[in-house]
Design a protein around this ligand. Structure first.
Ligand SMILES: Nc1ncnc2c1ncn2[C@@H]1O[C@H](COP(=O)(O)OP(=O)(O)O)[C@@H](O)[C@H]1O
Ligand SMILES: [Mg+2]
Length: 264
């Protein structure tokens, strides 16, 4: 099982869209794929037509793993109408986790431990993060082997990226390890000065961590999100779908082989 997290402390930069797009492509390519919605706003969960308010639970239950009535993680996973694509949903109760748990020891590994119980069931896990640093994001970072950081090509979003990278550096110092990451320019509109200039700035400042693929503004992506259709089911000719395909190829090419694959 391989786990990637999609994170940025700024909202509206394309995290959920990127999670759904990469997940849809992986599932369409044959990988058993689980999407984990770590955002209490539950946009990924609603993307697939689930009503977060009406669900019995989801990610929230991972944080009550010790409780007698806590279900095993697999019981909270919902199949989607797309083959090989499943969702571990968010519910509004997750918004209270930071206050409830505070700095309680051990709570940073709840997601990693839950995913370990699912290792035989899924080939790929994508974790969609909330736009704030807290117990949910810390769990996502602890559970993943690689980080995808969508960054809107717009100036305020560049400041958001620097904030995200600083938080990440802090967490990495605490963990004593560095997480491979790929910064992905999103919502790119070459006709606007802001998009072109901020893409140039990204290339100057972050050349070695920046994806070659640039995700364009594509109104069809917005329409697909309204219809709850992941990228694997988008017509391949669409600009957005092509860009996400390129991004997935880049991510896969950078991936170190799994120990098992390497041995065979
Ligand atoms: N490449 C794109 N082209 C057009 N609209 C997009 C694109 N990427 C994201 N969007 C839209 O922008 C909004 C924010 O995207 P979202 O993925 O929810 O961001 P985040 O998860 O970072 O808050 C959504 O309405 C989404 O449909
Ligand atoms: Mg989101």
């Amino acid at each position: 099982m391989r786990v990637w997290a999609v994170a940025n402390q700024k909202g509206g930069v394309g995290k959920t869209t990127t999670t759904v797009a990469l997940g849809g492509l992986l599932a369409a390519a044959g990988a058993r794929t689980l999407l984990v919605d770590m955002d209490p706003h539950a946009s990924l969960t609603s993307y697939f037509g689930f009503d977060a308010e009406a669900l019995p639970g989801g990610v929230y239950d991972l944080f009550r793993a010790g409780a007698a009535d806590a279900p095993p993680p697999a019981e909270r996973i919902l199949p989607t109408r797309f083959e090989r694509l499943a969702v571990l949903p968010a519910t509004p109760a997750m918004a209270t986790l930071d206050r409830q748990l505070g700095a309680r020891a051990g709570m940073g590994l709840a997601l990693a431990e839950a995913l370990a119980t699912l290792a035989d069931d899924y080939d790929r896990v994508l974790v969609d993060c909330p736009p704030m640093l807290g117990v949910l994001m810390v769990n996502a970072l602890a559970a993943c082997e690689r980080l995808v950081i969508p960054t809107q090509t717009e100036f305020l979003a560049l400041n958001g990226l620097e904030r995200m990278l600083r938080s990440l550096a802090m967490i990495e110092r605490a963990r004593g390890m560095r997480l491979p990451r790929l910064i992905v320019p999103t919502l790119y509109d070459g006709r606007t000065h802001a998009s072109a200039a901020s893409l140039r700035a990204l290339r100057e400042r972050h050349a070695d961590e920046l994806a070659q693929s640039v995700i364009p503004v594509d109104t069809q992506i917005r329409e697909a999100s309204l219809a709850g259709v992941p990228a694997g089911a988008w017509p391949a000719a669409r600009r957005g779908a092509q860009a996400y395909r390129g991004l997935l190829d880049e991510l896969l090419a950078q991936e170190a082989p799994l120990a098992l694959e390497a041995a065979s």
